[in-house]
Write a protein that binds this ligand. Structure first.
Ligand SMILES: Cc1cc2nc3c(=O)[nH]c(=O)nc-3n(C[C@H](O)[C@H](O)[C@H](O)COP(=O)(O)OP(=O)(O)OC[C@H]3O[C@@H](n4cnc5c(N)ncnc54)[C@H](O)[C@@H]3O)c2cc1C
Length: 395
């Protein structure tokens, strides 16, 4: 797998996974578990302080790919979803409470700390002899005779026929492999932080819908909650630099004091909101996973769920393509792109449309939004169908 050249070390493998966010970590471990020789480019990064709500089908993927040992013990179940229209609009939606029991499920999904998921994904790959981790970034990629060569920030060179680009929104893999992407920067951002409430959420995820975006409290066990507050970037940047007491007061006010006194248990972090869709998820021996291929605002908990479905489909493409197939990596990349096309397009449209409709002040949009919540609240078969779709847009 390795040799030393005059310019530095060089390594080769069957596949290189670029990026060590949650999707890259999951992909590296899952690929190595198929028996392939894998190099994982995992530059050091600050810990991910976010949390991710993963729906039932994604939790099944974690189990099937052997990425997490006991998912139900690692996170907090999301049993109910409460929606409160907190806008001052002319037409407002009724308050609604949706219960996973109605779908015959114990929970809609599970809320995980990203840091816990990362260490589980990495831990499950730790003892695999065919998985080599390199703590460096890719700086340049080039393809010759069906083999990709990547130059690294530590001056080593690595090569493989199959490149898995899980290197986030600004993906170098996507840009250098000539895959175009449609990108839009929203004027909103998301502020996240960990909270302790006086009154527990008891498994209920609570969404307050405001004019500038939803303010969501996600249960994290006991009195703990994770906040995802979407608002205009300017407002959030200003708030982030205010004192903790000011931020806490603003959080109590936004949560309509329904959960009593609130304490901040972490610093707050602000994430810009972007919508991105690559024109294809794979070609020429390159496959794009996670935010390298798709990104959208964090509403309805879809981003990582979609990224895990990318990983699951890539494993199917790899298992289906025997290693003696002519143009093995190229075949995998086109098969993967075909498998992912519909799910990525559908989820991206669904989330962006929902996000824009939540923000729109136009009266027809207000009527549609209020009418939709009213219909979901009162028509049981519609409610079941909508939540099944939200839990798995690929179905
Ligand atoms: C506030 C917020 C809340 C969210 N909540 C949810 C939720 O509840 N449920 C859900 O499903 N989704 C949620 N998401 C979305 C989810 O967080 C993302 O979809 C997911 O984290 C994307 O992971 P990724 O690995 O694709 O990208 P990233 O996490 O961006 O990882 C990319 C990695 O690539 C590395 N990299 C970049 N360039 C290079 C290079 N040249 N060489 C090597 N490595 C490189 C980076 O260092 C990084 O580690 C949320 C997002 C936000 C912003």
């Amino acid at each position: 797998m390795s040799q030393t050249t005059s310019t530095g070390k060089s390594f080769s493998a069957q596949a290189i996974v670029v990026g060590a966010g949650l999707v890259g970590l999951a992909a590296a471990t899952a690929l190595a578990k198929t028996g392939l020789e894998v190099i994982h480019l995992a530059p050091k990064a600050p810990p991910d302080r976010r949390t991710s709500a993963l729906m039932g089908p994604s939790v099944t993927i974690l189990k099937d790919l052997d990425l997490v040992q006991n998912p139900d013990e690692l996170g907090t179940p999301l049993k109910k979803i409460r929606i409160i229209d907190a806008t001052k609009r002319l037409i407002r939606a009724p308050e609604a409470l949706f219960d996973s029991c109605e779908l015959g499920e114990d929970a809609f999904g599970v809320n995980f700390a990203n840091a816990k998921l990362s260490s589980q994904f990495a831990g499950q790959g730790k003892n695999l002899k065919n998985l080599k981790k390199i703590a460096a970034s890719a700086t340049r990629l080039e393809r010759k005779d069906g083999v990709w060569t990547i130059e690294l920030s530590n001056h080593a060179t690595i090569s493989a026929p199959l490149i898995v680009g899980a290197d986030g929104k600004n993906s170098l893999v996507r840009r250098t492999s000539g895959i175009a992407a449609r990108e839009h920067r929203y004027k909103q951002s998301a502020l996240v932080c960990d909270l302790e409430l006086e009154i527990p959420l008891n498994g209920v995820s609570v969404e307050f819908h405001y004019e500038n975006g939803p303010f969501t409290l996600v249960p994290a066990g006991g009195l703990s909650a994770n906040l995802v507050w979407i608002d205009n970037d300017q407002n959030l940047q200003k708030l982030k630099s205010a004192s903790r007491a000011t931020i806490r007061n603003a959080i109590e006010e936004k949560s309509q004091n329904l959960y009593g006194k609130i304490a901040m248990k972490s610093a707050s972090f602000v994430f810009p909101l972007v919508s991105l869709e690559a024109e294809t998820a794979g070609k020429d021996g390159v496959v794009l996973l996670g935010e390298a291929a798709h990104a959208f605002p964090p509403i309805g908990a879809q981003g990582l769920n979609l990224g895990l479905r990318d990983v699951a489909d890539l494993i199917k493409s790899i298992k289906q393509t025997t290693q003696d197939t002519d143009n093995w990596a190229e075949t995998i990349s086109y098969d993967y792109a075909k498998r992912r096309k519909r799910d990525i397009a559908r989820t991206t449209i669904m989330v962006n449309t929902l996000f824009k409709s939540l923000l729109s002040d136009m009266v027809p949009a207000q009527i549609l939004r209020a009418g939709s919540i009213w219909a979901l609240k009162t028509i049981s078969p519609l409610r079941k169908k909508a939540f099944r779709l939200g839990m798995n847009p690929a179905s």
